[in-house]
Design a protein around this ligand. Structure first.
Ligand SMILES: Nc1ncnc2c1ncn2[C@@H]1O[C@H](COP(=O)(O)OP(=O)(O)OP(=O)(O)O)[C@@H](O)[C@H]1O
Length: 338
């Protein structure tokens, strides 16, 4: 279980002036500004949930995860992971969590992957049957044998990421934080990582908090979505609920007889204020309309009245479009005066 209560993280950053004179000036007069990376994040994730923590670059995702894993101390607010305050109880927290940071390694740089795993086995005091069971699972799903005796520093990013994911799950943690776990992986390996996470969650009830810019990761793994924008959680709910926040809805229909497709498009755009229509493959017409202006009932009523419908579907808004809109919303500056 993960709880964040009004979590805030601020960084004090030296204000640098441009140019050589500016740099010299910085030596004598030090002006700081405060960057609020996380601006009061609150959420609660019950055990066993697979949640995506998503947002644009710089939204505050990694900083939140660093606080939840005990690497960083919150400026204010509180978080609890498996009932522990991570920053205060780092060792006990570490025993119950797994972490993958796409940019940082938890493996021993000069050792081959199997040696790192043996060390982790000792550190976490992993019982023999658990270790054997997990190694068998990773060997098959992530093709770990292919990594051989190469030291970690000589592995490709994709090879290393496979090993990182396996290492994070080796001790059957109750909670796993995955920060960009499929970065650098090809399509087949991405699939393998997603399958592994889903399998571990289904078998052991592992709670998953995932950040990713890869929509495929989010849709393949997560049942909950937290969207963070400018350091604040602006949406929490299921994927379906997030998609329903889109203010544009669509309907695709087919009809027989009556108006030509061009006439049909013109009719829709003329009668449904704010809607846009267009022909898509074959004779089908796609209509996009503002949900605030028109209800589904009104749109369907209109179509039934004017067309002899042979097919009609209402596709879900796609996640990418919804996220693009949320990310584009600028919430002013996050910098606060010192
Ligand atoms: N150590 C630091 N010192 C100063 N500013 C920082 C520090 N770490 C992060 N920031 C700032 O805090 C904000 C949030 O950064 P963070 O890395 O949490 O974003 P993110 O959502 O993980 O982004 P990305 O998707 O690019 O990884 C950014 O404006 C970043 O520049």
């Amino acid at each position: 279980m993960i709880v964040a209560e009004n979590l805030v993280k601020e960084f004090k950053v030296l204000e640098r002036r441009p140019g050589l004179l500016g740099s010299l000036g910085t030596l004598f007069s030090r002006e700081y500004r405060v960057v609020r990376a996380v601006a009061g994040v609150s959420f609660e994730l019950p055990a066993g949930v697979k949640a995506a923590y998503i947002g644009a670059n710089g939204a505050g995702k990694s900083t939140t995860i660093k606080m939840l894993t005990g690497i960083m101390r919150p400026t204010s607010g509180r978080c609890l992971v498996n009932g522990l305050e991570p920053y205060r109880e780092r060792r006990r927290t570490a025993a119950g969590i797994g972490v993958v940071f796409g940019q940082r390694s938890q493996l021993w740089w000069d050792l081959p992957v199997p040696d790192s795993f043996r060390i982790l086995r000792r550190i976490h005091e992993i019982p023999d049957p658990v270790y054997r069971r997990n190694m068998a699972r990773y060997r098959q799903l992530l093709d770990l044998d292919a990594l051989g005796s190469t030291p970690v520093r000589q592995l490709s990013l994709g090879q290393r990421m496979r090993a990182e994911v396996a290492a994070s799950l080796l001790h059957d943690p109750a909670v796993v934080f995955l920060d960009e776990p499929t970065v650098g992986l090809d399509l087949v390996l991405k699939e393998a990582v997603r399958e592994l996470v889903n399998q571990v969650n289904a078998e052991l009830g592992t709670t998953v908090l995932l950040t990713s810019h890869d929509i495929g990761d989010i849709t393949a793994i997560c049942d909950q979505v937290l969207v963070v924008n400018h350091g604040e959680v602006v949406h929490q709910g299921t994927m379906h609920e997030l998609l329903r926040t889109a203010d544009t809805r669509a309907v695709v229909f087919e009809y027989r007889d009556g108006p030509t497709p061009e006439q049909a498009v013109a009719l829709v755009e003329d009668r449904l204020d704010g809607a846009s229509a267009g022909r898509i493959d074959g004779g089908r017409i796609k209509v996009e309309y503002p949900a605030r202006r028109w209800s589904v009932r009104q749109v369907m009523g209109f179509l039934l009245e004017h067309f002899d419908l042979t097919d009609c579907v209402a596709p879900e808004p796609d996640l990418e479009t919804v996220l693009r809109r949320i990310y584009a919303r600028r919430a002013g500056t996050r910098e606060v005066p010192v």
